[in-house]
Design a protein around this ligand. Structure first.
Ligand code: COA
Ligand code: MG
Length: 279
């Protein structure tokens, strides 16, 4: 089962048992042992062995997911064969693109007795274009947006501005909302840039994202804080709803608070802030 919150999803390569053993102290909402991009082609077998041993060691300490290679690669089936049926919170499947491949994933998991949630990666041109039906598929319990792979596939240029991913990032958030699944935002590759990480987390939350893919423990604390309302936001939401309810009691549905108009959509946002804070 996926954890209630997916604010921080911390990755480590399957071939780095030293990093995997440090995962419990990071405070991540969930961790991902990566058999895909972070495990070299010629080390997939070793990666699977290390993954199983890490799951055995870490099970029960925190929610563990494994990212497998996608079904266009020669490693997909062996990755699925290697997954333990116990001890995992879910499977991360990168580069989801078609309904047919999600259908076939469902059959492959059933065949192997792997009854667990899937987090799908939307990180190709086709995946982004078809995000809405893909995220609505029964197999998909949550999704992430992968900016680096998306831009590589698109043939664009990745920049710190994020302008080139604005459309795709928003499209995935919209698809997540319509499918009622949590969406998780792109990585920040420069793990020394805390400001960028914080800025992106806040931006992602504003767009409807519930969390961030993390590659370094320093990003976990930033994401865990950024994806919950701050105390200032909570205070303001309370004041706002009080003013709005008073106004409604007097027969008006819009009122001024601290120089800003408050009406029903603004009140709805405030209710959501309070609900998130209580969650
Ligand atoms: N998970 C758990 N612990 C990690 C970690 C991770 N992903 N990344 C770093 N750490 C640990 C380090 O081992 C170190 O521990 P120590 O204090 O006991 O020495 C501490 O956090 C600080 O790490 P630091 O020295 O700043 O980084 P590094 O040079 O060891 O590692 C990377 C940098 C990028 C190689 C590493 O963070 C990494 O492999 N990240 C995951 C990459 C990945 O999975 N990519 C695929 C998904 S996009
Ligand atoms: Mg990738």
């Amino acid at each position: 089962m996926l954890p209630r919150r997916l604010r921080s999803l911390l990755f480590a390569p399957a071939v780095r048992p030293d990093l995997l053993r440090k995962m419990p102290r990071t405070g991540a909402d969930a961790i991902v042992i990566d058999l895909e991009d972070a495990t070299p082609h010629d080390a997939k077998d070793t990666g699977r062995v290390e993954m199983r041993s890490a799951v055995a060691d870490l099970a029960g300490q925190l929610p563990i997911l494994v990212r497998v290679n996608d079904d266009t690669t020669p490693w997909h089936d062996d990755d699925l064969d290697s997954l333990p049926t116990e001890g995992l919170a879910g499977i991360v499947v990168p580069k989801i693109e078609t309904i047919a491949s999600l259908d076939s994933l469902a059959a492959r998991l059933t065949d192997r007795g792997l009854d667990m949630p899937v987090i799908g990666g939307v990180e190709t041109a086709l995946g982004v274009a078809d995000a809405r039906p893909l995220l609505a598929h029964d197999m998909v319990s949550a999704a992430y947006f992968g900016a680096e792979d998306f831009i590589a596939d698109l043939g664009g240029v990745r920049t710190a501005s994020n302008d080139e991913v604005a459309y795709a990032r928003a499209q995935v958030a919209l698809a997540g909302r319509l499918a009622d699944v949590t969406v998780i935002d792109q990585i920040v590759a420069d793990f020394t840039d805390d400001d960028r990480c914080r800025r992106e987390c806040l931006q992602a939350r504003a767009m409807g994202y519930g969390g961030k893919l993390c590659i370094h423990p320093s990003q976990v604390a930033i994401a865990n804080e950024a994806f919950l309302p701050s105390s200032e936001e909570i205070d303001r939401a309370r004041r706002l709803l009080e003013a709005y309810d008073d106004a409604k009691a007097q027969g008006v549905a819009s009122v001024a608070l601290e120089g800003q108009m408050v009406d029903e959509p603004v009140a709805r946002q405030a209710r959501r802030v309070l609900a998130q804070a209580d969650d």
